[in-house]
Design a protein around this ligand. Structure first.
Ligand SMILES: [Zn+2]
Length: 177
């Protein structure tokens, strides 16, 4: 696997690019490397690992089409651009969780309007309380996304490196045949 998954600044997958393209983008200062392949490549005097996931530093706006967006943890993260809806920090999937704005114990529902992306720290701080009770403020009221990305990528499940797994959702159709 000598390809890299190119993500938008929002962590949304844009396309799969050849490693040479990935290196070029990196040299141009357009992307940051999020993950690397295990395999090393030797250039003139340096050895480096090929990027497997790269992320654009500047957000590229993509025209979206209307579509049904399935309710899932990954899609909640995508809707909220991997940003904690309380402290506004962007995190990787590993550092994120989701928060019931109105706790389930207080009758909160499990739907688009009551679940937001939340960092582990804010989630702990908020505990089983409403934002008002916890003295925390939501960046914006959560709502159902009314559109899906225009881009769809099909990736063979067997070809997809482990490092891609966190990002393969939303607009990526896994082909596991
Ligand atoms: Zn937070």
């Amino acid at each position: 696997m000598q390809q890299a998954l190119l993500l938008n600044a929002s962590y949304e997958p844009l396309k799969v690019v050849h490693w040479q393209k990935a290196i070029t983008l990196w040299c141009q200062g357009k992307v940051e490397v999020i993950a690397v392949h295990d395999r090393e490549v030797r250039a003139v005097s340096v050895t480096f690992k090929l990027p497997s996931v790269i992320r654009l530093l500047r957000f590229v706006k993509i025209k979206r089409r209307f579509d049904y967006v399935p309710f899932s943890r990954a899609n909640i993260y995508a809707r909220d651009h991997h940003t904690c809806q309380y402290c506004n920090r962007v995190s990787s999937t590993a550092d994120l969780t989701f928060d019931h704005v109105v706790p389930v114990a207080q009758g909160g529902r499990k739907d688009w309007e009551n679940i937001v992306t939340c960092c582990v720290g804010c989630n702990r701080l908020k505990g089983g309380r409403t934002p008002a009770e916890a003295g925390m403020k939501l960046l914006r009221p959560p709502r159902r996304p009314d559109s899906a990305p225009a881009i769809r990528i099909t990736v063979g499940l067997r070809d997809a490196p482990e490092s891609w797994r966190d990002y393969l959702y939303w607009n990526v159709e896994l082909d596991d045949t």
